[in-house]
Design a protein. Structure first.
Length: 287
């Protein structure tokens, strides 16, 4: 397992300020470890099962500190001394730091899936949003150019870059409908769930630019909504691929992965359910 890093530390709690929620059965989120550090006094602590039943009881103090609590483990603070002073910190695996610390959408699953084939270098994020993928790749040996049309998204990413003193990400405000030109050469160019928000006429020149700007042996990754009979495209998406259309663009490349599977949008329907959509997913290497 990767080494853990602390992404958030709460203020010191005393006898009258320990939140009630932590004295009731609760669990940690997936991918989140917690550490309670006792600065003064002592407390009783219980590990629980999902039904709230006690699995084990523990007594902790300054000299007998609580262990790291693993993700999704149920527990609660049972009792504490009048002089208690303690502090809670949250930890995650290193490559989830930005996601957890800045409440970003998790790194796209296809970026994670592609990572074993990638070996660092220079990457271009075509439609970076708030930078979830660019930030992740910056931790894995990539210098990333990150483009987006949304100034708030770019500003949000720039704030994170400044706060974390990241040198490997370079942002650019770019309207891809107006300018598809890619002047530099890249080891990896990716465009995940972005093309369906572009005009249809933008797609052929954009893909052509992505391809010519990819170094020999480099990679392209594209994920985009489709329009099919079983899953018609969302009416507000200006563009969508037809069956086999994306794959045809890359007939001269080595296609490492291609599918047209059903996935879920982040948006929900009137019943609060995630809306399903068929997506074209391609990961290919330039010969």
């Amino acid at each position: 397992m990767q080494s853990l890093v602390c992404y958030k530390t709460l203020s010191v709690w005393k006898h009258d300020s320990i939140p009630t929620v932590f004295q009731q059965p609760h669990n940690t989120k997936q991918g989140t470890w917690v550490k309670l550090n006792i600065l003064k006094g002592e407390l009783d602590f219980a590990m629980l099962n999902e039904q709230g039943e006690v699995i084990s009881n523990h007594h902790f103090s300054v000299t007998e500190q609580p262990p790291l609590i693993e993700p999704q483990a149920w527990h609660r603070i049972v009792a504490f001394s009048p002089d208690i002073e303690c502090q809670l910190s949250f930890h995650c695996q290193a490559d989830q730091l930005f996601t957890k610390k800045y409440q970003l959408t998790p790194t796209h699953s296809e970026i994670l899936a592609a990572l074993p084939d990638l070996h660092g270098g220079k990457a271009l994020d075509v439609g970076c949003g708030s930078g979830r993928n660019a930030l992740f790749l910056s931790q894995h040996g990539f210098e990333v150019d990150a483009w987006d049309v949304n100034i708030q998204s770019i500003q949000r990413l720039e704030q994170i870059i400044a706060a974390e003193q990241i040198q490997q990400i370079h942002t650019q405000l770019r309207d891809l409908n107006e300018n598809q030109q890619i002047d530099e050469q890249y080891d990896f160019i990716y465009c995940t769930v972005v093309m369906m928000f572009l005009q249809a006429k933008t797609i052929p020149p954009l893909i052509a630019q992505m391809q010519q700007a990819t170094k020999s042996g480099g990679y392209n990754l594209i994920v985009c909504a489709m329009d099919t009979e079983d899953y018609p495209v969302q009416p507000d998406f200006p563009f969508s691929f037809k069956a086999g259309e994306l794959k045809a663009y890359y007939q001269d490349w080595t296609i490492l992965k291609y599918n047209e599977n059903v996935g879920e949008l982040h948006r929900t329907d009137e019943h609060g359910q995630r809306i399903k959509q068929r997506f074209a997913t391609l990961f290919a290497q330039k010969i």
